[in-house]
Design a binder for this molecule. Structure first.
Ligand code: IMP
Ligand code: MG
Length: 178
């Protein structure tokens, strides 16, 4: 698996520092709030577990599974929610926890869906952001790292369902895609 990686973009140590800084901001901003972390599976798995352990405030955790159809590296624009939230979120201060905002198509859909359920507030925290790829404008409240137009894997992010278990974020060798 490591043989498939051409370079490490964000090391394990750098990720830890980024996640700590995000958690510090969240810990400051959500004092006295009814915080609910909503993770978008599967990409959020590693980020959610590390971030939530660094959040020192009381909070609840829930998950959704949403995917936008398309090839493995490009979105088609059609979003499907295959697992919805398990609680009624009315009155909660919802913080969406996402691995990467790319076209913004998935998040735009999810944000509108959650807004309709009358949360007390709704914000978005993403580990990675690729603003250059946007098709739908989404407001990101907490950003870990801004990426160039590059497809990355590891730390929850996959290519064809693989590499999610890597502890760092890296770039695949071009021959893997062919
Ligand atoms: P969006 O709807 O285009 O913003 O898609 C976001 C989703 O596409 C993410 O949650 C990922 O599942 C996937 N994605 C986008 N960019 C990458 C990448 O560089 N590596 C792996 N998955 C990605
Ligand atoms: Mg995702």
């Amino acid at each position: 698996m490591l043989n498939d990686i051409s370079s490490v973009l964000i090391s394990k140590e750098e990720i830890e520092k980024i996640v700590s800084e995000l958690a510090d901001q969240i810990n400051r901003d959500y004092v006295g709030k009814k915080l609910l972390l909503v993770g978008l599976l599967k990409g959020c798995i590693q980020f959610m577990s590390d971030l939530s352990r660094k959040i020192t405030l009381p909070c609840e955790i829930d998950f959704m599974v949403a995917s936008s159809y398309g090839s493995s590296t490009e979105t088609s624009g059609v979003v499907k929610v295959s697992k919805d939230l398990s609680i009624d979120i009315e009155g909660y201060d919802v913080l969406i926890v996402e691995d990467v905002v790319d076209s913004g198509v998935t998040l735009d859909y999810i944000i509108n869906m959650i807004k309709d359920r009358k949360p007390a507030s709704l914000k978005l925290c993403t580990l990675l952001d690729k603003p250059i790829r946007r098709k739908k404008q989404v407001h990101v409240d907490y950003t870990g790292y801004v990426l160039p137009d590059e497809f990355v894997v590891g730390y929850g992010l996959d290519y064809a369902e693989k590499y999610r278990n890597l502890p760092f974020i890296g770039i695949l060798k071009p021959e893997i895609y062919s």
